[in-house]
Design a protein around this ligand. Structure first.
Ligand SMILES: O=C(O)c1ccccc1N[C@@H]1O[C@H](COP(=O)(O)O)[C@@H](O)[C@H]1O
Length: 219
């Protein structure tokens, strides 16, 4: 077994939190984006976060959130990290880190080689990077679409911050994704669901077991 750290995103029921804890997830994500089928209110997330064991880091995912939303989320939910999953600028990342005193993970969408310089840019201001597939033009959601990118684009590349691989990961392909990219952390949402927004405990366990199964080449 390796020491890959897994984030399960889009938790909305107590049994999802229990499944993550049972299977050994390192992070659990709550989505504060109304268009998402996984969206929760700050009060719902608070109740879920209070159920989480100490070892499960609680992450709030927001998309181009203003201070009013972030104030409400951070005042209500006990959190370990903020995930900015919209088109937040490097300046906004810096502002959010300073205002809330929480580590910030910035999601960057990748489709082609041209998207890679943004990773270096955000590595200068964020605590962690989340490397996700770039959504199709006009997509309703900027993430959580079950869409992968070409993992060869980041094979062998490194950044001066911890980073997570995301986008279209499933129990079936996560081992291959880790082998190709050398990721030490992976993030999944729709790949461990039985229907949009409905997490499946069996798929969560299968995903984490598959992610942790092989020795990881640190490229
Ligand atoms: O999960 C969502 O609903 C979501 C909504 C808005 C922005 C991001 C969202 N999810 C994040 O996207 C990645 C990839 O999702 P998937 O595994 O391809 O379905 C996921 O890990 C979340 O961090």
């Amino acid at each position: 077994m390796n020491d890959i750290r897994v984030k399960i995103c889009g938790l909305s029921r107590a049994e999802d939190v229990a499944a993550c804890a049972e299977a050994g997830a390192a992070y659990g994500g709550f989505v504060f984006f109304p268009k998402s089928p996984r969206a929760v209110t700050p009060e719902q997330a608070r109740a879920l976060a209070l159920e989480a064991p100490v070892g499960l880091a609680k992450v709030a995912l927001v998309v181009n959130a203003d201070d009013a939303l972030l104030d409400a989320v951070t005042a209500t939910v006990p959190l370990d990290m903020l995930q900015l999953h919209g088109s937040e600028t490097p300046e906004r990342v810096t502002e959010v880190r300073a205002r809330y005193g929480l580590p910030v993970m910035k999601a960057v969408g990748v489709a082609t080689e041209d998207d890679l310089p943004k990773l270096g840019l955000y590595a200068q201001v964020a605590d962690q990077l989340l490397i996700d597939a770039k959504p199709a033009p006009g997509a309703e959601l900027p993430g959580g679409n079950g869409l992968s990118f070409d993992w060869r684009l980041i094979a062998g590349r490194r950044w001066p911050r911890p980073w997570m691989l995301a986008g279209g990961l499933t129990p079936e392909n996560v081992g291959e994704a880790i082998r190709m990219t050398g990721a030490a952390q992976v993030d999944v949402s729709s790949g461990v669901e039985s229907a949009p927004g409905v997490k499946d405990a069996g798929r969560i366990a299968d995903f984490i077991a598959a992610a942790k199964a092989d020795p990881v080449p640190r490229l």
